[in-house]
Design a protein around this ligand. Structure first.
Ligand code: PLP
Length: 439
């Protein structure tokens, strides 16, 4: 299968080193496939459920904002680089309340909050603030591949630590940090990146003991330099069962080490593209200088809108409804997997996430772009993200037999049909025995 490459010579235009290190995401190819083949059911795209997007709530909030001159003018004018003050107060109170804490308990004020154009912009800005080429970032293996793209364009060396059902293996993280200290590279390690709730791509969540251990490691290995944890909690509010876990941010006494990235894209609407960060005080001024150069403030109208939805309770009601929608979708996917894939097949397993949008499937055969399984899946009319794209090339050996299945986009009946198609593809390539069910 032809995947796009950006290594090809690009005439004689003198692109920057950074531009030359910024590659197309291999995933774009897979997104394109879904757009171009209407019969295909895509479990690849990490989009959200379309039918439950909050159109009525957003229309009403827009009407309210625009129908009064004072609010209309405030929302349609430029805002500030750091973001609408009332929204910063609201998101701070909201994020602290998720941990049953008050902002002051976490040494946080609205001055520690920045509103960004999605959390993606925050991830990028933090990279600009913190990294020089050759610096090191440690991530989970597998991890959020779009972040890997940022790290590559900034010339960062990414090291990956294995995960299991309790999230990143923090003993392996500790060993890696000890090793890097021995080799004199500890000060190059700028941060540990974790998607700690229902991770994209694996659906796994970091356990409480490991949250504490990671926090302890960040403190212990901040010797001559400062080691940060970037806690990307994009999916935190999409929990369908089980008890919530405290954020790593809430364990960060004195607001010293943890950079918390949150977003309204998943629990509300990605079209609004509003995210936010809760950051240590020392990082605010440098970050805002970069944000000032980028855009001197994210869309002010969208910020006023999100503020209103938080303020009038529509946001909380929406999240509660959304969790019901996604719980049903997740269950449909897991139940159909159990029907189609014989559980006792050696080498076959999948995660059972308590929230988020992803199930991680491990197959007894290869799943990569050139694999017989992916080709058979495409013939059957179903697409997934080959798991190998979620590992960093050059950061050691990585498995080639995994797949990310997203249950966010397709309606329930299509999800079931998609898994039946995957099941037929698996039988076709001999990955699982035909179990006599009507396929
Ligand atoms: C783990 C993770 N972090 C960050 C983002 C960025 O999302 P946004 O910029 O829309 O907030 C995504 C989007 O899929 C994600 O999965």
């Amino acid at each position: 299968m032809e995947l796009p490459t950006s290594d090809a010579p690009v005439s004689d235009i003198p692109l920057s080193v950074r531009a030359r290190h910024t590659h197309d995401q291999p995933i774009s190819y897979f997104m394109q496939q879904a757009v171009e083949n209407p019969g295909l059911i895509s479990l690849a795209a990490g989009l959200v459920d379309a039918e439950s997007l909050p159109a009525d709530e957003v229309r009403q909030a827009f009407d309210e904002i625009l129908s009064r001159p004072r609010t209309a003018q405030a929302a349609l004018q430029y805002g500030t680089t750091q973001g609408f003050h009332e929204l910063r107060e609201k998101v701070l109170a909201h994020a602290a309340a998720l941990d049953s804490r008050a902002p002051a308990d976490l040494s946080l004020t609205p001055g520690n909050v920045v509103i960004t154009t999605g959390s993606q912009q925050l991830l990028y800005l933090l990279g600009e603030v913190l990294f020089d080429p050759g610096d090191i970032v440690i991530t989970e293996a597998p991890s959020y591949f779009v972040y890997h793209g940022i790290l590559a364009s900034l010339g960062v060396r990414t090291m990956q630590v294995p995960m299991d059902d309790a999230g990143m293996n923090t003993n392996a993280l500790e060993e890696l940090l000890i090793h890097l200290e021995k080799t004199g590279e500890l000060e190059r390690v700028k941060l540990i990146y974790t998607v700690d709730y229902f991770q994209n791509p694996s659906g796994l969540t970091l356990s409480l003991p490991r949250r504490r251990h990671m926090m302890e490691l960040a403190r212990r290995f901040s010797k001559k330099h400062h080691l940060f944890i970037l806690e990307d909690a994009a999916y935190r509010e999409l929990r369908y069962d089980g008890a919530d876990l405290p954020s790593i941010k809430s364990l960060d006494e004195g607001n010293r080490h943890v950079l918390l990235a949150m977003t309204f894209s998943k629990p509300l609407s990605p079209g609004l593209k509003i995210g936010y960060g809760l950051l240590p005080t020392e990082l605010m001024a440098p970050l805002l200088r970069f944000k000032g150069s980028h855009d001197f403030g994210s869309c002010n109208l969208a910020q006023h809108l999100v503020h209103r939805l938080l303020d009038n309770g529509a946001y909380d009601r929406h999240v509660a409804r959304l969790c019901d929608v996604y719980r049903a979708k997740r269950d449909a996917l897991l139940e159909t997997l159990a029907e189609e894939f014989p559980a006792d097949t050696p080498g076959l397993r999948w995660t059972r996430p308590e929230g988020g949008l992803y199930v991680w499937l491990t197959m007894p055969v290869e799943t990569g772009p050139d694999s017989a399984f992916l080709k058979a899946a495409l013939r059957e009319g179903v697409l997934y993200v080959p798991g190998q794209f979620c590992y960093v090339r050059g950061a050691g050996h990585y498995p080639k037999n995994e797949a990310r299945l997203c249950y966010g986009v397709a309606p329930i009946e299509q999800l079931k049909e998609a898994v039946r198609r995957l099941g037929r593809a698996a039988v076709e390539v001999g990955a699982v025995p035909a179990c006599g069910l009507a396929r």
